[in-house]
Write a protein of this length. Structure first.
Length: 322
């Protein structure tokens, strides 16, 4: 972290590819509650909450067992991840490992809150993975309670509005359509079909005429592309400098940072985007599929985007005119 490009901090996604091992699971009888403190109920099955950016990470306020802090929206995470620095009791220890950009990061165990409360929405039967995220807190200088991932979002349409800096969650029916017809009154200006592989949405795209497979990840502060893609792709990559990248473990790796041009997703053309050129083997393992790149903050920041996991669609909304 602390990369001085004015464009990169760290990458938090892709850390939840757990490698099973023997686990010890003592009973946990303590009740626990997680609450989003700034959420507003706007309809029978819809909530809206403000977010702020820490670096390029999307952060919402949360409360876990009386502790108030920050939760990062990270669609690269499989479920709920909690920071061991704030979970002192009730952890079920195990011996699993998480893989990520810079190698392995130990999972210390699991944690079973009684419920997770988003305004009047209650999520039950949640098991959180517990990971040491103290290095994230040290670099951000804010308390980080954990990460919000796919399993908490899958039954909802997720509207990430960078223009208004707010997130809207609205419940879906079994076919993936909104149960609350008044949740979003605007009409999307565009859409993009994607496919879901495990907990990751996969986008087929192009760099000029060269086809690439991207994973969508709100926890990626800068886009990434695998250094082993076709050589002609690099005709559209402008190298800026080499940097040291910190991941979820304590290791760092050296990568090349620059800008990638002429990216197209369907008929959606992207402006030049800040991109890391690196080895994405660990991310492919985490996502359970081979990918050529990751689209994160750089792709999302200029958009108002709805993620619908059930219908495997992205919907785009225009920025309101003043």
């Amino acid at each position: 972290m602390g990369i001085q490009l004015g464009l990169i901090g760290l990458i938090v996604s892709g850390i939840l590819a757990w490698t099973p091992s023997r686990a010890i699971n003592p009973p946990d009888v303590r009740p626990h509650t997680i609450q989003f403190v700034d959420a507003e109920q706007t309809g029978p099955l819809t909530i809206r909450m403000p977010f702020r950016l820490s670096g390029h990470l999307i952060v919402v306020r949360g409360r876990i067992d009386g502790q108030t802090g920050n939760l990062i929206l990270d669609t690269g995470a499989e479920g709920l991840v909690l920071n061991s620095a704030h979970i002192r009791q009730g952890i079920r220890p195990d011996h699993l490992a998480a893989t990520g950009m810079t190698g392995a990061a130990d999972r210390l165990g699991t944690y079973r809150p009684d419920s997770l409360l988003l305004s009047d929405m209650i999520f039950r039967r949640i098991t959180a993975d517990v990971v040491d995220l103290s290095h994230l807190e040290a670099t951000r200088q804010i308390p980080i309670l954990g990460l919000i991932g796919y399993r908490l979002l899958a039954d909802y349409e997720v509207f990430i509005d960078f223009y208004l800096q707010q997130i809207t969650l609205t419940r879906l029916d079994d076919q993936g359509f909104r149960l609350d017809s008044l949740a979003i009154l605007e009409t999307p200006s565009d859409s993009l079909a994607v496919r879901r592989k495990g907990h990751i949405l996969i986008l087929e795209g192009y760099v000029k005429d060269h086809r690439l497979t991207f994973g969508l990840d709100t926890g990626a502060e800068v886009n990434m592309i695998d250094r082993r893609v076709k050589r002609r792709v690099f005709d559209h990559f402008e190298l800026i400098k080499r940097v040291r990248l910190h991941g979820t473990g304590q290791r760092t790796v050296e990568v090349m940072a620059g800008r990638l041009f002429r990216v197209r997703l369907g008929h959606i053309y992207c402006p030049p985007m800040n991109t890391l050129l690196t080895n994405l083997d660990e991310f492919s393992k985490s996502f359970g599929t081979n990918i050529d790149g990751v689209l994160g903050y750089e792709f999302l920041v200029d958009r108002r985007i709805v993620i619908n996991y059930q219908r495997e669609m992205l919907f785009f909304y225009d920025i309101p005119r003043p």
